[in-house]
Structure formats: structure tokens, C-alpha cells
Design a protein around this ligand. Structure first.
Ligand SMILES: Cc1cc2nc3c(=O)[nH]c(=O)nc-3n(C[C@H](O)[C@H](O)[C@H](O)COP(=O)(O)O)c2cc1C
Length: 652
């Protein structure tokens, strides 16, 4: 049993008793369709309710036509939406968790695309947004009145669907925050001017919600403790707003976060990447708890139940948002409750499968846990009817995942790795500055393997002879990829190294370095930071439109900020062509004009890898069921490797 007794103590707000202090904060899944809740979205949340979460706050629901775009978001604009909410609530309730509906309007922080066209964006005042590049139209007074009316009507629908309460978004620099902040509210009607007037749209909305949901259900807000943007809401204003609401009895809880969508810097904190420390919002959440005396929730990189228990027991906050923690492992609360902490697949905040998929317009998932977000299409393994001897060649993410899933399916697994350690390229990735936590992906898989009693054979190269001798029923090839060097004119005259050699510290780059970054991801940027921090002069020549163009935007922008501070010069649209003793010759990727970089001591290639097909080629003609997974098919990321490792094991 658990000794995390504070985390697993119930919390009662109004007539709602929440079984523990673990919260899934609102997060868009892109599992909705045409504004409606789908079976996929229900299956996603039901899995988390079964996994033991205390309360789920649903993703932002659009309540007014002025903030509806073509995105696969949920709407609550008419009674036809009630049914979906009702089914979803029932599926969550049956497993003992509580559920809250979240109402949202983005105001100026909106991309607003409808059928490929830019829609008209409405906000308190015509002040531009610095992330989405929208110039909003100021809402007429009647429109604000209508918004408040819609909030009340939508809250009524949420209550009719039998949810336990309603939360309204005042966070992330969105509409109601724009009203409160005098920098984004230049109105001279009853919704602008004095602080009281700027609070009016929110206060009247909260009154409308209370009227709609009655006295038994919970009403709360989500607010950023500060927005971390120039002209964004500052901590004192956020605190004053919370106190204003609590003094008037308008809210039952304050759900805190940090950041704003009004610019790239503030946006990083909407879903903070791994370099940002665990639970970093807690001190400011605690200050709001002290100022208001209300139950306060917090989120932001809380991925371990032990940390959450500590935040609750010390009286800092009342509930801990552990959102990505449960995207990565929906059973985390149950595992923590039963004291089985070692079996938790901890979130590493890589932002690839969750917010990364979302930003590309796809449903969310987790790179470590491909079933997440795919509950109706992919199941966790069950014992196979046809048990086999399975040989797996390669102990990187693909091979490890294949080994775990094959063993969970009951097969007898032999896992072989050529090198002296498991992990494959993850062992290189963790050497990039701030990326150490990425190694959690391997330690989580190794922990699962350990529990399944699968032993890995290290320093064991799988060859044709080896396979013939073992005679497995099935073979999974997951041999990964090897460093790729392009053809470079004059390469013998210059000091050229590759990113792996730098990360393994097998080479000593000179004082003036040019990084030829074909990958446009973590590697070129990370090496630039690493070398710049040692005092070297670093230029990052990017074979793309910007450094990190392949990365999730919050992750990319966090790295861009670090490179800016480290003094790295970034040259976009630049492809390496040739070198001589102290010059790198690049071409502009659009005009093909030369770009000359002089005074270069070392060129570092961040050119990625090419598939290792040696074993596959050796085995041609051998009659053994064979599956390929990961980089040996084609070099990509750990996400594809893990999914393909799982699929390969399922195909046996
Ligand atoms: C895919 C994704 C979508 C999100 N969408 C929302 C949203 O609709 N409403 C909201 O308040 N927060 C949203 N968030 C932010 C989360 O609620 C949470 O604050 C964030 O993930 C940090 O908490 P964590 O470290 O526990 O994951 C989203 C997060 C993710 C990963």
C-alpha cells in the first residue's frame, strides 16, 4: 500500500468529494470531431478514470461562435452537444472519478482558420497578438453581454449533462485575462477602465455559471500566476483578481498555471518542456492560496506522485495537475496508490506525442505509450494464444519496446544488443544540454523488462549464423542507424567531425565552429549550446527555414532562447557544400547563391543517420518470420521506433 497518504486523501468542495488529489487539467486531445465528443475521446478519459485519477477537467469547450474555428475541438454552443458530455461524464463517473467542463474563448490569442481562411478575431480591444499575428476587432458592448449570456447557457448544458462543475479559462492570456489586464483592455464602456470594470466580464460570467449550475456543483477558474510576456498580466494583478473573486464568493477553487499564448516566450510555459524544473509553479500557487484561502490547484512538470504528495502535505496546494504524467501512464494513480512506484512510466516532458501532435493537427498520444489517445485502435498486450520463441536484434527504443510487448504477450524473448549498453541513440541524446531526462524513456523500458524477467544479452551481435543457430520462431530487427556523412568538397583539407563524436567527446573542436545542421532538431541546437557554453564562437548553419524547425514549437522556442543568450549566430536557409582549411562554403537553399563562412576551425556535421540494413541484407533467403522496427527501416525519432517495436511484437 501507498505511504503517499496526503495525495490519496479525499477533498470535498461543495457537494463534490474527490477521491484523491490527482488532477488531469484541461488538455485538448484533437479526438473530437465537428465540435462533438467522440467514442475515441470517451475511451481516452475512461482509461484515465479507470487508472485512478481524482478529477478530470475536460479540454477547452468553445461556448461562443466568435471563437469557433475548424479545429477538432469540442463545442458547447447548443443543446445538441449535451448528449456527448453526458456519455463522457457517465463513463468517468462509473470508475469513481469526478469531471469538470472547461469553458474557453481565446480572444486575440487565436489562429482562427476557417476552411483555410483567416476568420475575424474578437478581443476586448484591437491590440495585436505576437504569436498568431492577429489584429483583433474590439468586441462591441452587446457582444460582451452576449458572451456572458452564452457562458451561462453553456454552463447549464454542462450541468444538464451531469458533470460535477464548470471551470472558466482566465489563464494563458486568453479572453478573460485580456479583459482584466489593462495592457490589453483599452475599453471605455462598463467592461474597461477601473479594475472593477475590467473584472466585470469575468464576474458576471461566474454569476451566470453559478445561476446555471446551482449550489451543489463546483465553479472554478484557471488562471496564470503570471503571464511571462511583455505587457502580460503580472503576479500582483493575478493575485488581486483571485482575491477579488474569493472576497465575493464567486469561485470555489483557483486552478493555477503560468504563461501566456500572446507570444513565444510566454507560450513555452503552456506545456513546459523537460529543461524546466518540476513543480516550478508551486511557490506562486501557494501565494494565491494564502491570499484567497480557497482550494488551489497547480500544474507544470509534476510527474512524480512523491513530489505531488510533498506539495499537498506541506500545505502549498490542494490538488496537483499531473496531466502529461497520465498521458504517459494512465495507471499512474493506481500504481502510486498500491505503492508500486517503480512501475510508473514517468513523463519525460519531451512534448513530442502530446502537444507536438496537437500542433501538427493530429490527435495526442505519448511517444512512450502509443496506446494513449489510440484506446479504440490499439490495446495494451494480452497473452497470445500462439506462444513463440522471439529473437530481437537491437536494444534501442524499438528493440526494447518490442521485447516488453512480446514478453507481456507471453512469448519467450531473447534480446541481443551489439554494444555494452541498452538504449541506442538515446544514450547520445541525453548528452545534449538539458536533455538528461530523455533517458527516462530507456530506464522506464528497462524497468518493465526487469519486471518481466527478460534478460538482455549485451555485446552480442546478431548475424546470419547466430540466427540459424538460435532458430527462433520470429525475429525482430531493430538494429537502428549509423552516422551519415554527406559528400563534401575539400573535406580532407579541413577539420570535420560529426555530432556523435562531439557528444561522446571523442574530438576536440577548435575555437571557431560551424555546425552544418541538416536535421533542424535538438542535435544541432544542443551541440551549438554545448560548444558556445565552453567559450567557443559558434555559427549554426541551418538547412531549413529556422533552427529547430522539426521540433514542437515550445521546445524549439525554449532552445532558440538559450542559443540567443549563449551568443550563437544562426544562419537559416544554408546547406553545406564544401570546405577548405578555414572556410566553409554553403549555398542559400533558395537562390543557390554562395554563403561564405570564414575563420572556421571545425565543421560539425549534424546530418543524422542512415538505416543499418546489414542484418536484413545478410538474412535474405532465410525462411524465418521477420519484422523490422525503427531506424533500421528509415531513421526517424524514438516515437516511431517505439510504436513500430510494439507493432512488430503484435505481428508475431
Ligand atoms: C496536448 C495538450 C493540450 C492542452 N490544452 C489545454 C486546454 O485545452 N486547456 C488548458 O487549460 N490547458 C491545456 N493544456 C495545458 C495543460 O492543462 C497543463 O497545464 C500542461 O500540460 C502542464 O501540466 P503537466 O506538466 O502536468 O502536463 C494542454 C496541454 C497539452 C499537453
Amino acid at each position: 500500500m501507498t505511504n503517499l497518504k496526503h495525495l490519496f486523501s479525499p477533498l470535498t468542495i461543495r457537494d463534490v468529494t474527490i477521491r484523491n488529489r490527482i488532477l488531469s487539467t484541461g488538455h485538448q486531445t484533437f479526438l473530437a470531431s465537428k465540435g462533438k465528443i467522440t467514442d475515441e475521446l470517451i475511451a481516452y478519459h475512461e482509461a484515465r478514470a479507470k487508472g485512478g485519477v481524482g478529477m478530470i477537467i475536460l479540454e477547452s469547450a468553445r461556448f461562443h461562435k466568435s471563437s469557433i474555428s475548424n479545429l477538432p475541438e469540442i463545442h458547447i454552443t447548443s443543446d445538441e452537444h449535451i448528449d456527448g458530455f453526458r456519455k463522457l461524464a457517465a463513463s468517468i463517473h462509473q470508475h469513481g472519478a469526478k469531471v469538470i467542463g472547461q469553458l474557453s474563448h481565446s480572444g486575440r490569442c487565436s489562429q482562427m482558420r476557417r476552411d483555410g481562411l483567416r476568420g475575424v478575431v474578437y478581443a476586448p480591444s484591437a491590440i495585436p497578438d505576437h504569436r498568431f499575428h492577429t489584429m483583433p476587432r474590439a468586441m462591441p458592448t452587446e457582444m460582451v453581454d452576449e458572451i456572458i449570456l452564452s457562458v451561462g447557457q453553456s454552463a447549464k448544458r454542462i450541468a444538464d449533462a451531469n458533470l460535477d462543475g464548470v471551470e472558466i479559462l482566465v489563464s494563458h492570456g486568453l479572453l478573460f485575462a485580456q479583459f482584466i489586464n489593462e495592457e490589453t483592455n483599452e475599453r471605455n464602456d462598463k467592461y474597461g477602465g477601473s479594475f472593477e470594470n475590467r473584472m466585470r466580464a469575468l464576474c458576471d460570467s461566474l454569476k451566470a455559471i453559478r445561476k446555471a449550475v446551482g449550489t451543489k456543483r463546483i465553479v472554478g477558474i484557471r488562471i496564470s500566476v503570471e503571464e511571462l510576456e511583455p505587457n502580460g498580466m503580472e503576479e500582483d494583478v493575478a493575485q488581486a483578481a483571485c482575491k477579488f473573486l474569493s472576497d465575493r464568493g464567486l469561485v470555489d477553487y483557483i486552478n493555477t498555471t503560468i504563461g501566456s499564448m500572446a507570444g513565444p516566450g510566454g507560450s513555452i510555459h503552456v506545456v513546459p518542456p523537460m529543461e524546466i524544473s518540476n513543480g516550478y509553479v508551486v511557490p506562486q500557487a501557494k501565494a494565491i492560496r494564502k491570499a484567497t484561502g480557497l482550494p488551489v490547484f497547480v500544474a507544470g512538470r509534476i510527474n512524480q506522485p512523491q513530489d505531488a504528495d510533498q506539495f499537498i502535505s506541506s500545505g502549498d496546494v490542494d490538488m496537483c495537475g499531473m496531466t502529461r504524467a497520465m498521458i504517459a501512464d494512465e495507471q499512474m494513480p493506481n500504481k502510486a496508490a498500491s505503492g508500486n512506484l517503480d512501475s510508473i512510466r514517468a513523463c519525460i516532458a519531451c512534448n513530442q506525442g502530446c502537444i507536438g501532435h496537437f500542433h501538427q493537427g493530429y490527435s495526442i498520444t505519448c511517444i512512450q505509450h502509443p496506446v494513449s489517445g489510440r484506446e479504440t485502435k490499439l490495446s495494451n498486450p494480452t497473452i497470445s494464444e500462439n506462444l513463440k520463441n522471439v529473437l530481437i536484434a537491437g536494444g534501442g527504443p524499438a528493440g526494447l519496446k518490442a521485447a516488453v510487448v512480446a514478453a507481456q504477450s507471453g512469448h519467450k524473448v531473447t534480446l541481443c544488443e551489439t554494444s555494452h549498453e541498452l538504449g541506442g541513440q538515446v544514450n547520445l541524446a541525453v548528452k545534449l544540454p538539458g536533455r538528461n531526462e530523455f533517458g527516462g524513456l530507456i530506464s522506464n523500458l528497462m524497468a518493465e523488462l526487469g519486471q518481466l524477467n527478460v534478460k538482455a544479452h549485451l555485446n552480442t551481435k546478431v548475424t546470419r549464423t547466430f540466427v540459424e543457430k538460435q532458430a527462433p520462431d520470429a525475429l525482430i530487427i531493430a538494429t537502428g542507424s549509423k552516422a551519415y556523412w554527406p559528400k563534401i568538397e575539400g573535406k580532407d583539407d579541413a577539420h570535420i567531425v560529426d555530432s556523435n563524436q562531439v557528444l561522446l567527446e571523442k574530438v576536440n573542436p577548435g575555437g571557431r565552429v560551424l555546425i552544418a545542421d541538416w536535421r533542424c532538431d535538438w542535435v544541432g541546437m544542443g551541440i551549438a549550446e554545448k560548444l558556445a557554453l565552453t567559450g567557443r564562437h559558434v555559427r549554426l548553419a541551418v538547412n531549413g527555414i529556422q533552427a529547430g524547425m522539426e521540433l514542437q514549437p515550445y521546445q524549439r522556442d525554449h532552445l532558440i532562447g538559450k542559443l540567443h543568450r549563449a551568443g550563437v549566430e544562426i544562419i537559416p536557409y544554408a546547406r553545406l557544400f564544401g570546405v577548405d582549411e578555414d572556410t566553409a562554403y554553403l549555398i542559400h537553399t533558395v537562390t543557390h547563391d554562395p554563403i561564405l563562412c570564414e575563420e572556421v576551425d571545425t565543421v560539425v556535421l549534424a546530418y543524422g543517420t542512415s538505416a543499418d540494413t546489414q542484418l536484413e541484407n545478410e538474412l535474405v533467403g532465410l525462411n524465418i518470420q521477420t519484422h523490422l522496427a525503427g531506424d533500421c527501416l528509415s531513421p526517424r525519432t524514438a516515437e516511431e521506433a517505439i510504436l513500430e517495436g510494439m507493432q512488430a511484437a503484435f505481428s508475431i
